[in-house]
Design a protein around this ligand. Structure first.
Ligand SMILES: [Zn+2]
Length: 312
């Protein structure tokens, strides 16, 4: 089924009655701004670091045919994660790790280690599947199974999700509401947190927005089999992330970053993470938070009902 025509309409977009494009537009949309006057502890800047621990699942979801790509994913768990966890520990910085359930089943010790170190473990699909290829009941079943699997492996039920490849369907928000999630982190309508609207109705779910600009994958995901091989030099990536952070500080806002252990974790790249943390640390009034802590703080400040879903 063509994702454009999930409502069964076969008309070309320029033939749609106004009501049709309005309905599509309003299905999932940014609502109330949730940037508080001040961040926790009177901080001027909130820093939310995240790592999508896809590991082998980014190849498994495509059929698991390339052992080369699966070994690249395994590198993320074997070599990337220890470096990342060491740096986070060195600077006493909390982070959020979004893990496909299958990745957590392959690396249960990693899921346990993340939680033991005080970091957050969030949902990131079942096997890094593309949601837009699923029907609603399959998407729901996989989301529920993913949450239960992470809870079983880590002892803590996730309160937030990031869809694989940030692939969001007309059912994704509905499923997140049914699951009683505190937040999502897959959409891009703002630099600052906001409340998600479903069909124009406030949902109480906090969006911690992402952006490809602040994602290492956009610069580093080399695929040998395609003509275009995006590649960004590490210093260029650091410069982009640094500028995002500096202006977030000037604006008293949020600096959110998405990284992947099998990409940022390499010897020639891991310094980007350390430099960004050092830059944030060099400023006097910075709050480092997990996505869950950030979402709970925003929900609480705005008086959203979701605030009660914060992890204890
Ligand atoms: Zn991912």
């Amino acid at each position: 089924m063509d994702a454009r025509n999930h409502d069964g309409l076969n008309q070309e977009p320029w033939l749609w009655p106004t009501q049709v494009w309005q309905q599509k537009l309003n299905r999932v949309r940014a609502g109330k701004a949730l940037k508080p006057g001040k961040w926790k502890g009177n901080a001027r800047l909130a820093v939310a670091l995240s790592f999508d621990s896809d590991h082998e699942t980014s190849e498994l979801r495509n059929g698991g045919v390339s052992f080369g790509r699966m070994s690249q994913g395994q590198y993320g768990a074997r070599s990337g994660m220890p470096r990342i966890l060491r740096i986070l520990e060195k600077y006493a910085v909390p982070a959020s790790f979004f893990m496909p359930a299958v990745s957590a089943m392959i690396h249960p010790e990693e899921a346990a280690m993340i939680v033991a170190a005080g970091h957050e473990l969030g949902m990131h699909s079942w096997i890094h599947e593309s949601n837009s290829r699923l029907d609603e009941s399959t998407e729901r079943e996989l989301a529920l199974r993913a949450a239960s699997t992470l809870e079983h492996l880590s002892g803590i039920r996730p309160v937030g999700m990031r869809t694989a490849s940030w692939d969001f369907t007309p059912s994704t928000l509905k499923i997140a509401r049914e699951m009683g999630l505190l937040y999502d982190s897959s959409l891009m309508a703002d630099d600052e947190p906001y409340e998600l609207l479903e069909d124009g109705e406030p949902t109480g779910i906090v969006e911690i927005p992402v952006e490809w600009i602040r994602d290492d994958s956009a610069y580093l995901a080399m695929d040998r089999t395609v003509g275009a091989r995006p590649y960004g030099a590490p210093l260029m990536i650091l410069d982009i992330f640094r500028r995002e952070l500096e202006l977030a500080y000037d604006e008293g806002g949020l600096f959110q970053l998405t990284m992947h252990p099998h990409q940022i974790g390499h010897r020639s790249r891991i310094f980007i993470l350390e430099e960004i943390i050092r830059l944030a640390h060099s400023k006097p009034d910075v709050w480092f938070a997990t996505h869950a802590e950030l979402a709970a703080y925003c929900a609480n400040e705005a008086g959203l009902a979701a605030a009660s879903k914060a992890p204890s």
